[in-house]
Design a protein around this ligand. Structure first.
Ligand SMILES: NC(=O)c1ccc[n+]([C@@H]2O[C@H](COP(=O)([O-])OP(=O)(O)OC[C@H]3O[C@@H](n4cnc5c(N)ncnc54)[C@H](O)[C@@H]3O)[C@@H](O)[C@H]2O)c1
Length: 447
């Protein structure tokens, strides 16, 4: 027996199996052993080799989640654009106690020759693995997905899947091949792996709030980190370090963060908007360290049946912070906290999430379980179209125009640099004072 399947877990569901194995390993499932209840023996399933591409904050978290999700997975390769980021991640995950989860050293075997640095390292890392984690800034995702799918790898890949329509078309162009190869591809839109959202969506799709006519979605917060320019940096090095503020890498915060909330409304509608118009700008975060992105966007998206999504996202300190979704139907409303109310505000369902699995962990538990049983989870299409919805919003706020989905997705604006090298110039370059060109509604062309 080399696989975990419904037979050899003898009726245990995946969570029970993980819990049981975790208990056997003293709180963390590190033994690499699968319990075969029918044979009353411990068996080792086939080893799955894992590679991490993008060893920053999310990559470091995702790799730990992957390593504890499966009884016999081994990290064999790592790739990052920068050596110090790779080293920091490696020393973090090889600590004696990783975030209170114990030691993962038995599941990590990344010799120096399997640590790859630079723009091209992802290929060598992917070559060595069965399963890959893609967690770089999203501008690279289409290229990394392309290589991983061509090499027939199973994938956990973070959202967003691109930063412009050219990238989205590349990703959608890979869908057929990924399906033909039965690849498992989990996209880090983790609300899809969160019990409260799953339960709410089951009820919304079952008609509990009637026809969905509108929704409000929010990611209003103070913003994120800034990485300072160092005197010896080339422009490419600076943008790669301070990537959040450059659209070829990040897509603006409407794409990088607010995608989560936009995706929820699409999920409720079981479709994607047909047009969008909006407004936005940068009123507070105007310093050169904030590159070229806006600090606020409001977008009105329209679905085919006329339903509206009101989307707002803001990165400004000292304002109302709110990150959630509210779905409005003809019979009631559902929200991102797991509540459903009728038209009079009476609670008709409240999700009690006390024992719910952590969605970030659940993504990996389901990915590996599916690989083990020869199943297929493929989030690529929704991941690409959710990303495209957010990109369309950015196009609307940057241009001030109303754009149809067709216009947006067929845009020829390609943000990616013509050449990737530390001495190459990205397309958006600073002026002599270090400031970048900012989109001006009514002037900026996006298609
Ligand atoms: N699902 C979520 O809740 C969630 C949360 C945080 C981040 N994310 C996503 O994860 C991704 C990474 O974000 P982060 O917060 O970890 O950023 P980060 O800056 O901490 O890490 C990104 C890493 O990728 C490396 N990198 C950049 N270009 C590369 C390339 N071409 N090849 C190899 N490595 C490269 C960087 O050097 C850096 O170490 C983003 O897409 C972000 O949107 C998702």
């Amino acid at each position: 027996m080399t696989h975990i399947d419904s037979k050899n877990t003898s009726g245990l569901n995946r969570r029970d199996f993980v819990k049981g194995s975790a208990m056997a390993a003293g709180g963390i499932m590190l033994s690499g052993l699968a319990w075969d209840a029918s044979a009353m023996t411990l068996q080792k399933p086939k080893e799955l080799k894992l590679a991490l591409v993008g060893c920053g904050g999310r990559g470091s978290g995702a790799v730990v989640q992957a390593l504890i999700a499966d009884p016999n997975v081994k990290l064999v390769a790592m790739a990052d654009a920068f050596r110090d980021r790779l080293d920091a991640c490696y020393s973090n995950i090889t600590k004696d106690d990783v975030d209170g989860k114990g030691s993962l050293k038995a599941k990590i075997d990344v010799p120096e020759k399997n640590k790859f640095v630079g723009f091209e390292g992802y290929k060598s890392a992917i070559d060595l693995a069965d399963v890959v984690i893609l967690a770089t800034p999203p501008g690279f995702r289409p290229y990394h997905l392309e290589y991983a799918i061509k090499q027939s790898k199973h994938i956990f890949c973070e959202k967003p899947l691109a930063t412009d329509a050219v990238g989205i078309r590349k990703v959608l162009g890979l869908l057929e091949e990924s399906k033909q190869k039965n690849l498992n591809i989990v996209v880090g839109l983790q609300r899809h792996y969160e019990s409260s959202y799953r339960e709410i969506m089951k009820r919304v799709h079952g008609g509990e709030i009637g026809d969905v006519t509108s929704g409000q979605v929010y990611w209003n917060s103070a913003g994120v980190w800034v990485r300072e320019r160092q005197p010896d940096m080339t422009e490419m090095q600076y943008q790669m370090r301070n990537w959040y503020y450059f659209n070829w890498l990040c897509g603006d915060h409407i794409v990088e963060q607010h995608i989560h909330n936009i995706d929820v409304m699409n999920w409720a509608k079981q479709g994607y908007p047909v047009k969008a118009q909006g407004m936005g700008g940068r009123q507070v975060r105007t310093g050169k360290e904030f590159g070229e992105i806006f600090d606020h966007h409001y977008v009105e998206y329209t679905y085919e049946d006329g339903a509206i999504m009101n989307s707002q996202c803001r990165h400004i300190k000292g304002c109302m912070d709110k990150v959630t979704e509210e779905i409005v139907g003809t019979k009631g409303r559902a929200d991102g906290s797991g509540n459903i109310v009728d038209l009079k505000g009476n609670i008709i369902y409240k999700h009690r999430g006390k024992d719910d699995p952590n969605p970030y962990e659940q993504e990996h538990v389901e990915l590996f379980a599916s690989i083990r049983k020869g199943g297929v989870i493929n989030d690529l299409e929704n991941g690409a179209k959710a990303t495209m919805t957010a990109i369309m919003g950015r196009m609307a706020t940057y241009s001030g125009r109303e754009l149809t989905w067709e216009e947006a997705i067929n845009s020829e604006v390609n943000l990616f640099p013509d050449r990737l090298a530390w001495d190459a110039n990205p397309k958006s370059m600073p002026d002599k004072n270090g400031f970048y060109t900012i989109a001006v509604p009514g002037v900026t062309q996006v298609i």
